[in-house]
Design a protein around this ligand. Structure first.
Ligand SMILES: Cc1cc2nc3c(=O)[nH]c(=O)nc-3n(C[C@H](O)[C@H](O)[C@H](O)COP(=O)(O)O)c2cc1C
Length: 197
């Protein structure tokens, strides 16, 4: 008899095949409440994690903080590029104001005697993806965004990041305002080669 975890599950496979992002601009209320977010994160933390380092943590951004952060981003964007046009400034102002909830997945890196930093960053990336999947499974839409704010030291300071912490992704979560059409996906058959030695 096969182990219960190893039984074919066509519904689960079909759900994986349905995964797609919903653009943050198309995400509206309601978003997940705290209990629902914790439920989503319970799925998202079930990622491979070499050495059990838990090299990630989360910040949630919701309510008026989204707009407050947007105002700071607009100002910071102008500081970075004083020639930025009105559209770029407005884009920065609204970056966090579309979806009701943005989860910052923070990668905790830095020195480690055994586990390479790249592996810990990959684990954080897995968390981002797992959170997208969990959000969709729970009936929400989600999108993984970065952009310059993910890499800007001043923004990192506003987010309270430590020296060895980095934004792996801003995961925007909400209720889709539209049915997102499928987009073309790579054909794995063109990407797969059998190694012959
Ligand atoms: C690390 C990472 C950062 C991303 N940052 C952005 C971004 O800043 N802006 C953007 O339009 N898409 C970004 N994307 C792509 C979207 O998350 C998403 O993949 C895209 O909208 C296509 O949708 P799909 O997930 O259905 O393929 C990023 C993806 C990854 C993996």
């Amino acid at each position: 008899m096969s182990h219960s975890l190893c039984r074919p599950d066509p519904a689960a496979l079909a759900a994986l095949d349905q995964r797609r992002s919903v653009p943050a601009k198309q995400l509206g209320e309601p978003g997940p409440d705290r209990a629902t977010l914790l439920r989503l994160l319970a799925s998202a933390v079930r990622v491979p994690d070499h050495g059990k380092r838990t090299p990630w943590r989360f910040l949630s951004i919701s309510g008026p903080t989204r707009q407050a952060l947007g105002e700071r981003l607009a100002a910071r964007g102008l500081e970075r590029d004083p020639d930025a046009g009105e559209a770029a400034v407005e884009k920065d102002r609204m970056r966090f104001s579309h979806a009701p909830l943005v989860v910052v997945v923070v990668a905790r890196l830095g020195p480690d005697e055994k586990i390479p930093e790249s592996e810990r960053l990959l684990s954080a990336g897995c968390v981002c993806f797992a959170l997208l999947q969990a959000a969709q499974a729970a009936g929400f839409g989600a999108q993984w965004l970065t952009g310059w704010p993910a890499y800007d030291p001043q923004v990192g300071q506003w987010l309270g990041l430590q020296a060895d912490e980095h934004v792996a992704g801003f995961i925007h979560i909400g209720t889709p305002r539209l049915e997102v059409p499928e987009r073309e996906r790579p054909d794995p058959a063109t990407l797969l080669q059998e190694l012959v030695l």
